[in-house]
Write a protein that binds this ligand. Structure first.
Ligand code: ZN
Length: 383
């Protein structure tokens, strides 16, 4: 977008978005348009999104986001010790979660349980150098691992351990499992997918091998020795509001009548609030002023972090970029409230097509497992 931004006041105040609810505090950074060469230089160093937010522990973390809320201790300070790590693998009570082509093994109808294996059951996979990584330790210090059993399946011509349950992709499975299990599966899926895509060094092209409990891959070339770390791709997702209306857009790949908050990847050298303003301007031609952080959500397809924000519009005329969006409209709070109530009737199925659309624009809103749903809810509950 054109123009420059100058930060003239950062309140950093904690705002109780909805006293008595589960919503976390949000932090406000006030920004105003101002064209000057000086403002451009100052901006990068002066925008502290949520500068004064205290560190959150898991009890304070927003409760609504699917794939958040993992309960294992990742033991990052211990897993670099090879002797300690090997002792965890051979621990008598160690548990191993098999993933087959990134699908998780579960049993039970309705609310499903993850299927865990013991060391003897994955010994063959380990001998065949199956990708293994430490997910973490539970409150009894029992180690939990994920293991990629896709190679075994290819050799055998069938999915292994299928007598213990059924393999499901994480997205339809997430609403059917406990929240900490969904978080753990998101971690496992992202990490195993990263290992599968990074078998070779991006510096010299030689093979890489996993180390540090699966949280680094090292180049095997002695002259290179490059280290490669798991990536997380930040995505801003923002509900843009203007008084009693909120901006929602739809892509042509969305289910029929579904509109959602606008979103886009943060680019290198860009702050979260800069990315929010750029994406909203690019996709819908709307200028944004105040940006408030709400909450974040791991999104393991393959490895994004959705950074949820509420953003205040300072212009109204929508100009859709047809390469990004099929359409975008301002929706009234009344229509959004009714659509949110309707979305909860979809039950566990995030792809339920039986829900009724509402309002003048024939609106359906995302399922509660999407952070967009939580952003809409937060905005509706603000007033
Ligand atoms: Zn290398």
């Amino acid at each position: 977008m054109s123009g420059t931004w100058e930060l003239i006041d950062v309140s950093g105040e904690l705002i109780d978005a909805a006293a008595g609810s589960n919503n976390p505090p949000v932090c406000e950074a006030r920004l105003f348009t101002h064209a000057s060469s000086y403002s451009k230089r100052r901006f990068a160093s002066l925008v502290p999104l949520c500068q004064s937010l205290p560190p959150m522990n898991r009890h304070e973390t927003f409760e609504g986001n699917t794939f958040a809320g993992g309960e294992l201790d990742r033991a990052g300070h211990l897993r670099r010790d090879d002797k300690w790590y090997e002792a965890q693998i051979t621990h008598a009570d160690a548990r191993f979660l098999p993933l087959w082509h990134l699908k998780a093994l579960v049993n039970g109808s309705g609310l499903a349980d993850l299927v865990w294996l013991d060391y003897t059951e994955i010994a063959t996979e380990r001998e065949q150098d199956a990708c293994l990584l430490l997910l973490g330790l539970d409150d009894k210090r029992i180690p939990h691992f994920a293991i990629d059993v896709s190679a075994h399946a290819a050799a055998a011509g069938d999915a292994p351990f299928a007598d213990k349950g059924e393999y499901f992709d994480l997205r339809p499975l997430a609403p059917r499992i406990r929240r900490p299990d969904a978080a753990l599966l998101a971690q496992a899926r992202s990490m195993i997918d990263w290992h599968a895509r990074h078998g070779f060094c991006s510096v010299c092209g030689k093979a890489t091998l996993p180390d540090d409990g699966g949280y680094v891959r090292r180049c095997t070339d002695d002259a290179c020795k490059a280290q490669h770390f798991p990536r997380t791709d930040p995505v801003v997702i923002m509900l843009v509001t203007n008084g009693d209306r909120a901006l929602m857009g739809r892509q042509n790949r969305f289910p029929s009548k579904m509109f959602s908050a606008l979103a886009g990847f943060v680019e290198p050298g860009e702050t979260v609030e800069e990315a929010v303003r750029r994406e909203v301007m690019e996709e819908a031609g709307i200028e944004v002023g105040t940006v408030r952080y709400h909450s974040s959500q791991p999104w393991p397809y393959p490895s994004s972090l959705m950074i949820g924000c509420l953003a205040e519009a300072i212009s109204e005329k929508i100009t859709v970029d047809p390469l990004e969006l099929e359409s975008a409209y301002w929706f009234s709070r009344k229509d959004l409230t009714e659509a949110m109530e309707e979305s909860l009737k979809g039950g566990l199925d995030p792809f339920n097509r039986e829900m009724k659309s509402v309002g003048e624009h024939d609106l359906l809103v995302p399922h509660p497992m999407a952070i967009a749903h939580q952003l809409i809810r937060a905005w509706i509950e603000l007033d």
